[in-house]
Design a binder for this molecule. Structure first.
Ligand code: ADP
Length: 327
């Protein structure tokens, strides 16, 4: 049985529709990442599951129970926010224990659960500290701890790593993923960061303008994007998209080869090279001004000639129709 089920879920603010009908079945223990650009409706969708926004249409079920009319506290979910929402005047212990205390959990059990979560998160030595005495990563862990001790049916994450620096973000995304696997708690995770989505998700939902454009495992989505939007959003660099007759032709940067002028599929001019160490990204300009990126391994030499041609294997080509949908 799916732990979280969305059936034709819709949201309007006044007369403006912002979520146009989302269907999704999240399996028990699965981590689903909802990813898309700013304003596509990710947070609104998550907040409806949490009960922080009303649902305009459709149905949301958690663990088999329709929750549309339930208060957030009655939904058996725990939310982890971007700003952590820790109480500044409370210690780490008190922050983690707060939800249990409100639920009148016996003191001994509170101590046991907080102790267990603190050990799991390597916070045991910090329980007496106040949030201001913690690093960003430690605060993030306290927010996780507070979610864990409630033993909820599901975790809901709203951009939980956005306030951390790049290095810590990478470390914390691994920690959260490992913890979620270990606990096998169903999770919905919202981010605008496609790398986070690719690395953390069992499956991801790519949203655009209030719609789910594609739902699938990260590499499935990477290998077979359903639309030009998904092709251009998932992957770094994004898929190269070139006008092609009535539609669009897509080729991933790693599949673009450089050959001599006149010998390839399209002639091109080298605009810039980005040497990244492990790879070099060559930016090429086609005669119609379309930019194409070719990914070359290692410290690739930039060809002497500024005019080259690009080529690819037939199997590397993605075709999209006039409406942007994969053919
Ligand atoms: P995301 O999380 O993907 O950045 P949001 O869910 O925050 O997107 O917003 C989706 C759309 O709904 C946006 O166009 C936003 O302007 C609109 N929106 C969000 N909250 C409100 C609100 N309280 N009133 C009116 N419009 C809103």
């Amino acid at each position: 049985m799916a732990e979280i089920t969305l059936t034709d879920v819709r949201k309007a603010y006044g007369k403006t529709d912002v979520i146009h009908g989302i269907d999704l079945a999240v399996a028990s223990g699965e981590l689903i990442v909802i990813v898309g650009p700013s304003g596509c409706g990710k947070s609104t969708l998550l907040r409806m599951v949490a009960g922080l926004e009303t649902v305009t249409g459709g149905e949301i079920a958690i663990a088999g129970r329709v929750v549309n009319e339930l208060e957030p506290r009655d939904r058996n979910i725990a939310m982890v926010f971007q700003n952590y929402a820790l109480y500044p005047h409370m210690s780490v212990f008190e922050n983690m224990a707060y939800g249990l205390k409100i639920a009148r959990t016996p003191k001994a059990e509170i101590e046991a659960r907080v102790g267990e979560a603190a050990a799991m998160l390597e916070l045991a030595h910090l329980l007496k500290r106040k949030p201001r005495e913690l690093s960003g990563g430690q605060r993030q862990r306290v927010a996780m701890g507070r979610a864990i001790v409630r033993q909820p049916a599901a975790f809901l994450f709203d951009e939980p790593l956005s306030n951390l620096d790049a290095r810590l973000r990478v470390q914390m995304r691994v920690e959260i993923r490992e913890l979620q696997r270990r606990l096998a708690t169903t999770a919905l995770y919202v981010t605008h960061d496609q790398v986070e989505a690719m690395t953390m998700a069992d499956r991801m939902v790519v949203m655009n303008g209030g719609r789910a454009e594609q739902v699938g495992a990260p590499l499935e989505v990477y290998d077979r994007p359903a639309t030009t939007f998904v092709a251009g959003f998932i992957g770094s660099p994004p898929m190269n998209l070139m006008p092609n007759g009535d539609g669009t032709l897509g080729v991933r940067a790693e599949h673009v080869a450089l050959v001599a002028e006149g010998q390839g599929h399209r002639d091109a001019e080298i605009a810039t090279a980005e040497p990244l160490g492990a790879e070099t990204l060559l930016h090429l300009r086609l005669s119609d001004d379309t930019l194409v990126i070719a990914r070359q391994p290692g410290h690739a030499a930039v060809p002497d000639a500024s005019r080259v041609a690009i080529s690819w294997a037939d199997t590397a080509v993605h075709h999209f129709g006039k409406d942007g949908v994969r053919l």
